[in-house]
Design a protein around this ligand. Structure first.
Ligand SMILES: [Fe+2]
Ligand SMILES: [Fe+2]
Length: 285
């Protein structure tokens, strides 16, 4: 760890430390989590409460009567769903701004991250991974480093001494101009915020193909989901008549991280992903 510390030093000015959201994130990862306590903490943050109510009332959770309070969410949707909604609600606020250096319009990073989280959860379910809360959180936050590096990268690009130089990947460009990358900076930020290793490591290694960390199952699932969402080309809300040909993708023979039961179920996984993504984004149209 080195350069990334420099970029997160003043992070509190850039992303105000979302204290309540972080506490809720940590509570959601705690097996002893007390629901009344969690509801109480959530209600102390009006933005988080509003985000959660909006999500809970979305078509995704398909219920008849409007949910009006955090306690209602807990009673009607159950603990596991509440955790997912709390994590989603807490993360949404962190990445709504545009990231011009990465060509991301307002909301695009959020849509990409949300899509990655939905897909990782489905991949994890097929791989029979029981504890997928950390995979879900890591997927939502995997590109949070872009929020921090947006400004430094913009400056570095405008001061670039070799403007004609081509880079084979975004990571290579970031490494060359900033001496670090958004995955490492994201991991350093989440470590600073006190999130557990099973969330921070997949964030830090989601562009790494080899090595001890890249072999961990949480990392492989997040890396695979991010790669697929990028290949599918989801930049913001899914357009009405969007199609993605799984067979064409398989024919390209890309090197993908190995995750149990993925290859043989890819068609089903992608179908389920599009269905869930459409349900989840209907509200945002
Ligand atoms: Fe990334
Ligand atoms: Fe990504």
């Amino acid at each position: 760890m080195g350069t990334e510390k420099k970029y997160i030093k003043d992070v509190d000015r850039l992303i105000p430390r979302p204290d309540i959201a972080l506490e809720v994130l940590q509570m959601a990862h705690d097996t002893q989590c007390s629901i009344p306590e969690m509801a109480h903490r959530i209600e102390m943050d009006p933005n988080l409460t509003a985000n959660m109510l909006r999500l809970a009332n979305s078509a995704y959770y398909g219920h008849m009567r409007e949910i009006k309070s955090v306690k209602d969410i807990i009673l009607r949707l159950g603990l596991e769903t509440v955790k997912i909604i709390a994590i989603t609600g807490a993360s949404a606020g962190l990445m709504k701004s545009p990231q011009q250096a990465y060509n991301l319009d307002p909301g695009s990073l959020w849509h990409h991250s949300h899509a990655t989280a939905i897909l990782s959860t489905i991949i994890a379910k097929y791989a029979k991974i029981k504890e997928f809360g950390s995979i879900y959180t890591a997927s939502l936050l995997h590109d949070i480093g872009k929020v921090i590096l947006n400004r430094p990268l913009q400056l570095a690009i405008s001061n670039n001494k070799q403007p004609g130089r081509k880079f084979s990947s975004l990571i290579e460009l970031e490494q060359c101009l900033l001496d670090t990358d958004h995955a490492k900076v994201g991991m350093a930020l989440l470590q600073k915020w006190g999130l557990p290793d099973d969330v921070t490591i997949p964030v830090g290694f989601h562009h790494t193909q080899h090595g001890k960390e890249a072999e961990q199952i949480n990392v492989r699932v997040v890396t695979l989901a991010n790669f697929l969402v990028e290949s599918i080309g989801i930049r913001s809300i899914l357009p009405e008549n969007f199609t993605f040909n799984v067979q064409d993708f398989i024919d390209q023979n890309q090197e993908l991280p190995e995750v149990p039961s993925f290859q043989e179920n890819m068609e089903k996984i992608i179908d389920e992903f599009f269905y869930q993504l459409n349900q989840a984004t209907k509200l945002a149209r």
